[in-house]
Write a protein that binds this ligand. Structure first.
Ligand code: NI
Ligand code: MN
Length: 225
């Protein structure tokens, strides 16, 4: 499994020969200007919720690649009306896709589209695959529901927001990593704009003090699991 950071909360994940894009918000992110959305491969686009900073580039990527949107029922319906194919799910439900088993997990956040359309409830993703298990929390507060994750599977990596203000911050993310029983954390949803700027060195050292590894990837860089 290869995970590439596309900036903000956007990821490209290669698993079992399939290409997944998570929450694409690239063309309006000045920090991600080196990422060309027209060169991204996508078989599926996974969306945690309907906020602009998670769905901005869905239409362009889906229409070019014919990728299928996987998200909650309301978000899949919304993109369905734009002619984009999708697979609707909801919280607690799992489905065996060709890249692995995907479960929609709870997230504490909000989820309306930029035009005010109801976007269902926000979610995270638990992905269990032959190449490893990954939890992508989505935008969320620290929540007791995270304690359910290790009952379901052993994680290889957890992707957690660390930017604070709109989501968990660093200290909550450290507790979350205990809740999900995973000491390897990929941080996201930080430094894109003023409200979520962090001190990266301090964040890494706070995780280190708890014997945890906080990975902060440069935009466009990847890690392999
Ligand atoms: Ni959000
Ligand atoms: Mn967000």
């Amino acid at each position: 499994m290869k995970i590439t950071y596309l900036g903000h909360a956007s990821l490209a994940i290669e698993i079992n020969g399939k290409n997944l894009i998570v929450d694409p918000f690239i063309t309006a992110n000045e920090k991600a200007k080196n990422i060309d959305i027209n060169s991204l491969k996508a078989d599926y686009i996974l969306l945690t919720h309907a906020h602009q900073d998670h769905i901005l580039d869905v239409e362009a990527i889906a229409k070019r690649t014919k990728a299928k949107v996987i998200s909650n029922f309301e978000i899949v319906n919304y993109f369905g009306k734009l002619g984009i194919d999708g697979h609707p799910m909801n919280h607690g439900g799992s489905w065996n896709f060709d890249f692995g088993r995907l479960t929609l997990t709870n997230a504490i956040h909000t989820s309306s589209f930029p035009d005010g359309t109801y976007g269902g409830n926000p979610a995270g993703f638990l992905l269990e695959t032959k190449e490893g298990n990954i939890y992508i929390s989505g935008d969320t507060a620290l929540t007791m529901d995270m304690k359910l994750i290790p009952l379901q599977c052993k994680l290889d990596i957890a992707v957690l927001p660390i930017g604070d203000n709109f989501t968990m911050g660093i200290d909550s993310a450290i507790i979350a990593s205990d809740f999900v029983a995973c000491n390897k954390i990929l941080g996201y949803h930080y430094d894109t704009f003023g409200y979520i700027e962090i001190d990266q060195k301090e964040a890494i050292s706070k995780f280190n003090k708890k014997n945890k590894d906080l990975i902060l990837l440069e935009i466009g860089k990847s890690i392999s699991i």
